[in-house]
Design a protein around this ligand. Structure first.
Ligand code: NI
Length: 181
């Protein structure tokens, strides 16, 4: 089922998400929520989606970059479900790229992100995950885990003058990588 995506201004987008109780993960309802979030991410051509974006302030996010129709040049990231993630920065070198967000439609802005991180989390069956990610993969994880803290990419932009509508960027400038998360 495709879920309605909450836009910036809806309270869950600005709420610090609560941890998911571990004994809830394998329930039918929670598994259905994960499937629905993956379906919703695919429907809107996102590379990630966090539960606060579907009106639920809980620590759950999904991400995937694979044969993306609009960004075939992006390195692929396998479908990953992150529950109660904890991020440790391994390389704090800032990397600048444009970002978008399904909760902030049509806009893109330049955001510095840390180059490399480790994320530990539970996967969709409650299994322990330990992932080291770099560059674009690390960017997607930082974007999604920010959502779980009630933060959006606008909060990370040092220069709001790089914010613009994707359509205008495409009309007048070199298109930025238009990833939506
Ligand atoms: Ni987002």
């Amino acid at each position: 089922m495709i879920l309605k995506v909450a836009r910036l201004g809806y309270p869950s987008v600005r709420t610090v998400a609560a941890p998911v109780p571990v004994d809830q993960i394998r329930t039918h309802d929670f598994q259905k929520l994960i499937d629905d979030m993956v379906e919703t991410m695919h429907e809107y051509s996102g590379v990630g989606l966090a539960a606060p974006q579907v009106h639920l302030a809980i620590q759950l996010a999904v991400l995937e970059v694979e044969n993306h129709p609009r960004y075939p040049e992006m390195p692929s990231v396998p479908l990953t479900v992150l529950i109660n993630p904890i991020v440790t920065i391994l390389d704090s070198t800032p990397v600048d790229e444009f970002e978008g967000c399904l909760s902030i439609p049509d806009l893109r802005g330049r955001v510095p992100r840390f180059k490399q991180l480790r994320v530990t989390a539970l996967g969709r069956d409650g299994e322990a995950l330990d992932i080291v990610a770099s560059d674009f993969h690390a960017r997607v994880i930082q974007h999604e885990t920010d959502h779980l803290k009630g933060e959006v990419y606008l909060d990370r932009m040092p220069d709001m003058r790089s914010l613009g509508f994707l359509l205008e960027w495409q009309r007048f400038m070199l298109p930025p990588p238009p990833s939506q998360k």
